[in-house]
Design a protein around this ligand. Structure first.
Ligand code: NAD
Ligand code: 6OH
Length: 496
């Protein structure tokens, strides 16, 4: 499993990652390198699907909608999805290695969050689809005999699943699993930065006997590449996309001429509110997690931390202290934080570190790049950073940075805290830390977001609605919301 080009285990050592089109693994046309953010080494080459390959995938997916897949009952389809979950668990170590090779994330995180959640997504949606009820409305008719209306749920058709690089397997399966559970066929496009766990998933789909064309995988970039070919294709019926708000906007424009159904989970500039009555240590530990988890590359991460004035200085000092103690390092070193996804992304995050200074902020800790004196200096590592003293209209307070950085500012009243938290064009998530029960409910409800946590962060029940308001997204996924997005409800009216 060890690649000569990689310092770490990698399931695709010495291979070119293929696309999966109509049940065939395809390596043709152009390819691009997959670079490790740990040391800058090339760990694989990846087949780039051009427009004609995307078209073949879509035609295969369309054909599969009329094949054996369409004849499976819901329990049969769900049994197959459970096999996918089981097979992911059987090949767990390979999935963990693949995810780590692409992202450099810590072994602890990949093995406790990313890959287990991928398997859990298939199980959860198998259960949800199986337990789905159909509504029935009985109505009166002039002849007194009445009629029954009942709803049947049909697949939408060919669904494009476009995923980002931050939680690659978790987010791709979060959409692919419900899409399949509802009987659709899928074209999955992982981020160009993170093709490997999706490539393993394609193998798993074949291994458990998902019929050809039901799950297709195309690798490549966005604009003028695979992503664009997919979102402009007339035979793609729906797009489930997670990524940047600007990309969502571009996809919306591309999809408009063919009027596709869209579900968008986009960027955030999430606030954490820490009240003076909060359990200090719990709020601190939770905030450290919410700012620095996955090197700050979780859409739900807090980039704005507002702390009630009586505990402000103590909290800033403790947060900076905890940030300084975070061990930054490679995936298998027991570190707390790995690298950013790429050098290009690090350049972007570092430009905000510089901007924070230029805008008048004080860098309380971090602000630069760690030096290791070994090949990790060729990677994309960055220091966890806490900033204070910026005006609320500073770009660092307004724009999504997507790195291990937060701005921390004081507030004096509950009203002010709510106003500050909501003063943003984004609206994905918020965290409220308080021991006052009434305040917890009152403040959480006033957050203009899709997801608010009280005294925790990123605690997930897969049945709950997930998504954002304002620039953070369109629609909700999770539980019945995903089933609704990936289904075409049809009413049948029976005259009795
Ligand atoms: P991105 O928008 O750059 O890319 C996401 C995906 O879209 C990739 O697969 C990319 O190849 C593809 N893509 C890019 N341009 C495209 C186009 N014109 N047409 C079709 N496909 C295109 O996002 P990213 O940098 O990979 O991920 C980070 C971003 O994702 C952050 O903004 C983060 O907040 C957001 N995110 C949001 C959520 C959420 O649930 N709301 C979750 C994770 C990440
Ligand atoms: C964004 O980076 C994290 C998204 C998480 C989910 O979509 C989830 O289902 O937990």
């Amino acid at each position: 499993m060890r690649s000569p080009a990689s310092a770490f285990p990698y399931p695709f050592a010495d291979q070119q990652l293929p696309c999966l089109i109509g049940g065939e693994f395809v390596r043709e046309g152009r390819s691009f390198p997959n670079v490790s953010p740990v040391n800058g080494r090339i760990i694989a080459t990846v087949t780039e699907a051009d427009a004609s390959m995307v078209d073949r995938a879509v035609q295969a997916a369309r054909a599969a909608l009329r094949g054996p897949w369409a004849r499976l009952t819901t329990p049969e389809r769900c049994a197959l999805l459970r096999k996918v979950a089981e097979r992911i668990e059987q090949r767990f170590d390979e999935f963990v290695s693949a995810e780590i090779a692409d992202t450099g994330k810590t072994f602890a995180q990949a093995s406790s969050l990313d890959i287990p959640r991928g398997a859990a997504n298939f199980r959860a949606y198998a259960d949800l689809a199986l337990g789905r009820a159909s509504e029935c409305f009985e109505m009166g008719t002039p002849d007194g005999r009445g009629a029954l209306n009942y709803t049947v749920h049909k697949p939408v058709g060919v669904v494009a699943v476009i995923a980002p690089w931050n939680l690659p397997f978790l987010l791709l399966t979060w959409k692919a699993a419900p899409a399949l559970a509802c009987g659709n066929t899928v074209i999955a496009k992982p981020s160009e930065e993170t093709p490997s766990s999706a490539a393993l998933l394609a193998e798993v789909m074949q291994e458990v006997g998902v019929p050809p064309g039901v799950f297709n995988l195309v690798h490549g970039f966005g604009p003028e590449s695979t992503g664009e070919a997919l979102v402009t294709h007339p035979d793609v019926s729906a797009i489930a996309f997670t990524g940047e708000s600007a990309t969502g906007s571009a996809i919306m424009a591309s999809a408009a001429p063919t009027v596709k159904r869209l579900s968008f989970e986009l960027g955030g500039k999430n606030a954490s509110l820490v009240f003076a009555d909060a359990d200090f240590e719990a709020a601190l530990a939770g905030t450290v997690r919410s700012v620095f988890a996955n090197c700050g590359q979780v859409c739900l991460c807090s980039e704005r931390v507002y702390v009630e004035r009586p505990i402000f200085e103590r909290f800033v000092e403790a947060l900076a202290g905890a940030a300084r103690r975070l061990r930054v390092g490679g995936p298998y070193e027991g570190a707390d934080m790995g690298p950013l996804i790429s050098r290009a992304h690090r350049d972007k995050v570092l430009s905000y570190y510089r901007l924070a200074r230029e805008e008048g902020g004080e860098i309380v800790c971090g602000g630069g790049v760690p030096r290791f004196g070994d090949e990790r200096d060729e990677g994309a590592f960055i220091e966890p950073t806490v900033v204070r003293g910026l005006p609320e209209d500073a770009r660092c307070v307004r724009e999504e940075i997507f790195g291990p950085i937060c701005h921390v500012a004081p507030f004096d009243t509950e009203e002010e805290a709510v106003r500050l938290a909501n003063d943003t064009r984004y609206g994905l998530a918020a965290a409220v830390w308080t021991s006052n029960l009434q305040r917890a409910h009152r403040v959480a409800r006033q957050m203009e977001v899709g997801i608010a946590w009280v005294n925790d962060w990123f605690l997930r029940d897969l049945r709950t609605p997930f998504g954002g308001v304002k620039l953070s997204g369109v629609g909700r996924e999770g539980g019945a919301y995903s089933l609704a997005f990936f289904s075409e409800p049809m009413n049948i009216c029976v005259k009795l």
